[in-house]
Design a protein around this ligand. Structure first.
Ligand code: PLP
Length: 470
């Protein structure tokens, strides 16, 4: 018998393990999970033996039990975990983009716990429209005539193009055929929407006459895309929203702008770049504007479409809308978030995205000093964790080259490497996600929440102990 077969025969039998295990974890784990986790562990061993990756087995039963326990615990825990965002990227698409404030969480809980008037008109007692819950608020805030909300901004763009330009032409500048992370590409979305794309201008420059020369009997829409995640610099020119809207009026063709981040507040007084606000684009006369709910707006994932009454009415009656529609939890939180914008000062404080984006470096530094103090003198003596200035990013494809002055805990990986440390921090019960820069590990404090601090402290203390013991 060869080595492989010998090892395979030595693997514990699943029924025996199950029998030994059924009370081990206090009987609190569903039997099915026990069975799956143990089987998956044994399957993995079998696979590794057969491929030659493994040529020895755990020494004794205790070692096996530890392995099975780990597998069972992992399978029995939620896949969606809270993490600590130490990247300093405020709108981090991979970490869930915008966070919700207290008020929104209360609305979320209400929508989940109780029946609501989601699609029920309390005045007439008849069926109502879910969109009416937020439409007036969005119109108040943006100055638009009408609005509708859908699953996300990608859906908003798809739905608008499909409604306005199906089997017809949409004219768009070559400089705006963008790709947003996660495989959203304007040309591809346009194709799927049924609109045929007519590209005009050059990568760096497009003029009003380029659009005008391309207008023909098949033209149904003039499209502008906010190039939110990159910047063309140097000899450039693009047609302003006002000029494109003027052209649209002249030729009686609707004009649409995909604004991407869609801020309602000009954040330039807080040192961020001047981005066009939704209100400005509406005022410029653009007929349809689409933007995200969870980028600079700081709300739940959603796509918001605002514009002229007749156009929004057409979008609302598009049957595709049903497939892209917004759910009750999103509506509940979106309404709460939007209401904060009736008072900009309040929005800047209560919406976590806005408050993180506008927090001043001094207060971030203070947070760092507090953490260092709690860690105690050991840190200073060992010099392993230092408080240093850094630069954070907005994220979410917004304001790409703009850095925000910030402060970070810079962790010296010592004899280990920065990437090994990064993995260690990432594998904690509450994972800490960090940035690696110049072979050092950076915990940018801009995105560390007050609630994160006790957990962060525990992780850093563990890390220091680890260093001491090695
Ligand atoms: C982010 C973005 C999108 C996609 O929005 P989601 O809300 O992620 O679906 C579309 N267009 C532009 C210009 C964007 O910046």
């Amino acid at each position: 018998m060869n080595e492989q077969n010998k090892l395979l025969r030595k693997l514990p039998k699943i029924d025996i393990v199950l029998d030994n295990f059924k009370d081990t974890l206090g009987g609190a784990v569903p039997k099915t999970i026990l069975k799956f986790a143990i089987r998956e562990t044994l399957d993995m061993f079998r696979e590794q033996i057969l491929t030659g990756e493994r040529n020895e087995l755990p020494e004794d039963e205790a070692e096996w039990n530890a392995l099975f326990t780990k597998a069972v615990k992992l399978k029995n825990s939620l896949n969606l975990k809270r993490v600590i965002n130490g990247t300093g990227i405020v709108v981090h698409t991979n970490l869930g983009r915008s966070l919700l404030g207290q008020e929104s969480i209360a609305s979320l809980q209400k929508a989940g716990t109780y029946f609501t008037n989601l699609e029920f008109d309390l005045i007439t007692g008849k069926r109502g429209s879910r969109y009416s819950l937020v439409e007036d608020i969005i119109c108040d805030l943006t100055g638009a005539e009408a609005a509708i909300v859908v699953n996300n901004n990608a859906a908003a763009v798809l739905l608008s193009l499909n409604t306005l330009s199906f089997n017809k032409e949409t004219i768009v500048s070559r400089g705006q055929l963008v790709e947003i992370g996660g495989s959203f590409r304007i040309p591809d979305v346009m194709e799927r929407s049924g609109a045929s794309m007519v590209e005009v201008g050059a990568t760096n420059r497009t003029h009003q006459f380029d659009y005008e020369n391309a207008i023909g009997v098949e033209t149904a829409l003039l499209l502008k895309v906010h190039t939110s995640n990159f910047r063309v610099i140097g000899f450039t020119s693009e047609v302003s929203a006002v000029d494109l809207a003027t052209l649209g009026v002249k030729h009686n063709i609707p004009v649409m702008e995909d604004l991407g981040s869609g801020s309602l507040i000009d954040l330039s007084p807080w040192g961020l770049p001047k981005e066009p606000t939704v209100q400005e684009i509406v005022k410029a006369g653009v007929d349809v504007v689409t933007f995200s709910g969870d980028k600079l707006l700081g709300g739940p994932q959603a796509g918001i479409i605002v514009g002229k009454k007749d156009i929004i009415a057409r979008i609302k009656s598009n049957p595709m809308n049903r497939a892209l529609r917004i759910d009750k939890f999103t509506l509940a939180t979106l309404e709460t978030v939007l209401r904060e914008y009736y008072d900009f000062d309040r929005a800047l404080k209560s919406l976590p995205t806005l408050s993180m984006l506008t927090s001043d470096p001094e207060s971030i530094k203070k947070k760092g000093k507090k953490i260092l103090r709690s860690l105690g003198g050991a840190v200073k003596l060992q010099g392993i964790i230092k408080l240093l200035p850094t630069v954070s990013k907005v994220g979410g494809g917004a304001m790409p080259e703009h850095g925000l002055e910030s402060w970070a805990l810079v962790v010296d990986p010592g004899k280990s490497s920065a990437s090994r440390c990064e993995r260690w921090f990432r594998s904690r019960t509450t994972p800490l996600i960090v940035r690696i820069e110049d072979n050092g590990m950076i915990v940018d404090l801009r995105t560390i929440l007050e609630d994160d601090i006790p957990l962060l402290l525990a992780i850093l203390k563990d890390f220091l102990m680890l260093g001491k013991n090695n």
